[in-house]
Write a protein that binds this ligand. Structure first.
Ligand SMILES: C[S@@+](CC[C@H](N)C(=O)[O-])C[C@H]1O[C@@H](n2cnc3c(N)ncnc32)[C@H](O)[C@@H]1O
Length: 226
């Protein structure tokens, strides 16, 4: 199995605009339903989105909950640039910045929630990343991690091909070569999660935007005093 190295950009700069275009098509079917789920449990406080890409999930979320203070990081500078353009168009406020899932600049115990969509399968060292997200979460708070159970099913690739032409199609085919053929089953994920500092978690497989997704809720259990 091929996994990208730690801190190596998953989405190469040249494919950032393309990813943005494809992600935009999924706002209503994917990002908005997830934003609604999160909005049901969090109305204010600090939230961090790790590997935010073009930023559509936090943008949809802050539209629903304008009192949230949202930070969103991604390793790909071109995507952060696009996310900043997207947030301007949406006329909302989010702090987008280039940053690594493994080395966050934030203080311990500082976030009310950490979220991440479609990132965990890409990480060379998911245990290290999850421990870093644990560090920045306040005790008693949760990280919600969404990940596809099937990376780019054939049906979806055909759907994308039909929406692209000319140079975009050439770029997409180049980008598609880099998409790692990796999926986690629930059992594989459990093995990973058991190595992290999160001692309470729940994994659910469900349908989102016409695809199977894994939704993982991880709780930072406050340490017992002895
Ligand atoms: C499939 S995209 C998902 C983007 C976004 N969360 C979404 O749902 O549209 C994976 C994202 O993870 C980012 N990424 C990969 N490795 C990373 C790392 N070590 N730290 C931060 N971001 C990373 C990539 O740049 C890319 O934007």
């Amino acid at each position: 199995m091929v996994r990208i190295e730690e801190d190596q950009e998953n989405i190469p700069g040249y494919a950032a605009r393309l990813y943005d275009k494809l992600a935009r098509d999924a706002i209503d079917t994917y990002y908005t339903p997830i934003a609604k789920e999160i909005a049901e449990v969090l109305s204010y406080g600090k939230l961090l989105d790790v590997g935010t890409g073009p930023g559509y999930l936090p943008i949809e979320l802050v539209k629903l909950k304008p009192d949230l203070e949202i930070y969103a990081v991604d390793l790909t500078p071109e995507l952060i640039e696009i996310a900043r353009e997207n947030v301007k168009i949406a006329r909302v406020n989010i702090n987008f910045e280039v940053g690594s899932a493994y080395h966050l600049r934030f203080e311990d115990d500082s976030f009310d929630m950490v979220i991440s969509t479609g990132v965990i399968h890409d990480l060379a060292n998911p245990v290290k990343a999850l421990d870093e997200w644990y560090r920045v979460l306040k005790p008693g708070r949760e990280a919600w991690v969404y990940d596809p159970t099937l990376i780019v099913p054939r049906k979806k690739i055909r759907f994308w091909y039909e929406r692209l032409d000319g140079e975009e199609l050439v770029l997409f085919k180049e980008y598609a070569k880099r998409i790692p053929p990796i999926i986690y089953t629930t059992e594989e994920l459990k093995k990973i999660l058991n190595k992290t500092k999160f001692k309470e978690y729940e994994i659910k497989e469900y349908e989102m935007g016409g695809e199977r997704e894994l939704k993982i809720k991880l709780k930072k259990v406050p340490l017992q005093k002895v």
